[in-house]
Ligand binder design. Structure first.
Ligand SMILES: *Cc1c(COP(=O)(O)O)cnc(C)c1O
Length: 357
């Protein structure tokens, strides 16, 4: 069976050796030495100054919205994983959708200003599939209208924009270290913020507001990662360069062998060092997508419809029409992409797709 992704696991001994340190110290959570070591290695690997590792990639979005959203209107993208929208609603803010760019698939920055009202507090945009949003335009709009910017960078581990980590942009950026993501800790995530004062608020928020055992620094929640998960992250991290270069080979194969006369690949924004995190193709019609999907499923190949449905249509929010996102969502399919995908499987996948177009 070939799925859209396969979790990368390091040799088990390497994980065991790391996790033994938690056993030896009888220390399983509360920012132990493995978590601190992972934070320090990630800072070095990503060339960033500050990071807080968390227990997943959703809670950091919620914490950022709690601190910056202030129960107001949040301008956001309808084309992302559901967590982007549900975090807004969960934090009692109101999502205000802005349609996406048809080729970059990120929020269409030229349509943001028309959606701003006196109740708008923040923009929450996703660097979807690791493709950066139009950061300069979003920054300028936010500065002009005094809005906060939060980037859901769940897909963007290792991405660089203008030779800088993508996590350096926005008031807060978040990442997911879920097992299906590029770098993972099983379950996990992180938040990034360059501003010292806001960073401290995020930090307190992720640990119940604790400022020492008896003192509290405001309201908080539990977003801490465990030492067992951090051990897994430390075991995966040394393989990241190999993971990315192996995935690049798969992406290059698709790019070379798929028949692009009727399908479209993702357009990566200029000045981006991409991470090869997903390989979406956009077909001409949903019927064609279903036909291609069925043909692949018949031979036990399971691409995924990332992201479907368009988030403005989910049942817990008031729908506003987003024609581009709705149209793309119906026609986009992410192809299998992971370390260890064999050449003959890639040949089979591309052949089946090309024959069914
Ligand atoms: C995976 C993902 C999340 C949520 O991350 P978890 O670690 O699963 O909580 C949020 N946003 C996007 C765009 C994602 O793909």
């Amino acid at each position: 069976m070939i799925n859209v992704t396969q979790t990368f696991l390091p040799p088990q001994k390497e994980y065991n050796d790391l996790v033994k340190r938690a056993w030896d110290k009888l220390w399983l959570t509360n920012r132990g030495e493995l978590t601190l070591e992972l934070e320090s290695k990630l800072k070095e690997k990503l060339s960033i100054e500050k990071i807080i590792i968390t227990n997943n990639g959703t809670i950091p979005i919620q914490i950022a919205l709690k601190l910056l959203g202030k129960e107001g209107e949040i301008i956001t993208t309808p084309f992302s994983y559901v967590a982007t929208t549900s975090a807004i609603v969960w934090e009692k803010c109101t999502p205000v959708f802005v349609d996406i760019h048809p080729e970059y698939l990120t929020i269409d920055e030229t349509k943001i200003e028309a959606a701003i009202t006196p109740n708008t507090t923040a923009i929450l945009a996703t660097h979807v599939f690791g493709n950066p949003c139009h950061i300069e335009a979003i920054e300028a709009i936010a500065a002009k209208h005094n809005l906060k910017v939060i980037y859901d960078a769940a897909h963007s581990f290792g991405v660089e924009y203008n030779n800088e980590s993508i996590f350096n942009f926005g008031d807060v950026s978040t990442c997911s270290f879920h097992a299906t993501k590029l770098f993972h800790t099983g379950e996990g995530g992180a938040m990034f913020c360059k501003d010292e004062a806001l960073f401290h608020k995020l930090y307190y928020s992720h640990n119940f507001g604790h400022n020492g055992p008896l003192d509290f620094h405001g309201l908080g929640i539990n977003a801490k990662i465990s030492e067992l998960q951090s051990a897994l992250g430390l075991a995966v991290l040394p393989y990241m360069d190999t993971i990315v270069s192996e995935r690049k080979k798969v992406v290059d194969f698709y790019a070379k062998n798929l028949d692009f006369s009727t399908i479209k690949a993702l357009k990566i924004r200029q000045n981006t060092k991409w991470n090869y995190s997903y390989y979406p193709i956009v077909l001409e019609t949903e019927e064609l997508l279903l036909k291609v999907q069925k043909a692949l499923n018949e031979v036990q190949i399971f691409p995924r419809r990332y992201f479907y449905p368009s988030l403005n249509t989910v049942n817990f929010i008031k729908n506003t029409e987003m024609p581009i996102s709705e149209s793309i969502s119906k026609r986009i399919l992410c192809l299998p992409l992971y370390v260890g995908l064999k050449k003959e499987d890639l040949e089979k996948i591309t052949k089946i797709i090309n024959q069914n177009l």
